[in-house]
Design a protein around this ligand. Structure first.
Ligand code: SF4
Length: 311
């Protein structure tokens, strides 16, 4: 598959077929916690990065076999709304495969554009991110393209709620030392009361981010955020499949373990060796880390993962 990946078990979406519309690593943000690595093309310009007809043809072929899925999700290693024809693909799914729920994971950077909100109207779920409502912290965490203003993002989210009839789960990524404080949480509460999402999902690091000094938030600080933000806020739990778990292949996991035992690899290396999307590689590494003592070292080409031979 060229444009689709998975299905992968997702903590929030169950078994999710991913659609990646953006080449690695084009994004409107360069977040310090990004699991996919440094943004190499920081842009706010929308394009048809990949041929839309081919993406639709691949989806059509895949879905004709009637696979069991919880969601078809627009996500990947960059910002999906940068893709010029995302609306065409959403409409294709709605018209031809209405039994599947569709979701979008977005950094919210382009939601201030009315035409983009219009393109998203047929989705079932939008998971927009908003990591800070304080300018200085927004710049520190998201390192956005200069055209993307925090006030526009918040305004876009408020308008999205007014216009969109599906569910909105607002995601907030908590970074210790930056946005894990009471001032931020109280300001969040005010903004969230205007955005009116269905839920607020507090997330924190569980795989190494782009910057290695980023640490997971402490549970007590996440709980404090929940107490201040209120009953809509929840700490994202672990994955629990609503359908049979078939996203993880034992053979793929074994191949990754064998590969990184022989030589250290970056996520990108593993993605190329195994012909898997970087997001899928990250999910496997997360699983492998639970069983093995996964090691890392930083080099100029990025972060390398390895296992020592005796493990
Ligand atoms: S976390 Fe998302 S928004 Fe941030 S740099 Fe990575 S892909 Fe872009």
């Amino acid at each position: 598959m060229e444009y689709l990946y998975g299905p992968v078990p997702s903590r929030r979406l169950g078994l999710s077929l991913g659609i990646d519309l953006i080449p690695y690593k084009i994004c409107s943000f360069n977040c310090i916690y990004c699991e996919c690595g440094e943004t190499t093309n920081l842009t706010s310009t929308r394009k048809e990065f990949k041929p839309v007809d081919k993406i639709i043809a691949e989806l059509d072929e895949y879905l004709q076999d009637d696979p069991e899925l919880d969601y078809i999700t627009f996500s990947g290693s960059g910002e999906p709304t940068l893709y010029l024809h995302i609306g065409k693909i959403i409409d294709f799914l709605k018209e031809n495969y209405p039994k599947y729920d569709t979701a979008l994971l977005t950094n919210s950077s382009l939601l201030s554009h009315k035409e983009i909100r219009e393109e998203l109207k047929n989705l079932d779920l939008i998971v927009p991110s908003l990591d800070s409502v304080i300018e200085e912290n927004y710049q520190k965490i998201n390192r956005p393209h200069q055209d993307i203003k925090l006030t526009d993002i918040i305004d876009g989210l408020i308008k999205l709620r007014e216009e969109f009839s599906g569910k909105i789960f607002l995601e907030v990524f908590i970074v210790p030392g930056i946005n894990d404080n009471e001032e931020e949480y109280h300001k969040f509460k005010e903004v969230i009361e205007k955005i009116k999402p269905d839920s607020v999902q507090l997330n924190t690091l569980d795989r190494p981010g782009t910057e290695d000094w980023v640490e997971p938030a402490l549970e007590k600080d996440l709980n404090k955020a929940v107490n201040i933000i209120g009953k809509k806020a929840e700490i994202i739990g672990k994955y629990s499949p609503t359908k049979k778990k078939k996203g993880m292949s034992h053979a793929v996991k074994k191949r990754i373990v064998e590969t990184i035992r022989v030589r250290p690899c970056t996520v990108k290396d593993l993605s190329e060796i195994l012909d898997l999307h970087v997001n899928e590689v990250n999910k496997y590494l997360r699983e492998i880390d639970k069983e093995y003592n996964l090691k890392m070292k930083e080099q100029t080409r990025g972060r390398f993962y390895f296992l020592s031979k005796e493990e």
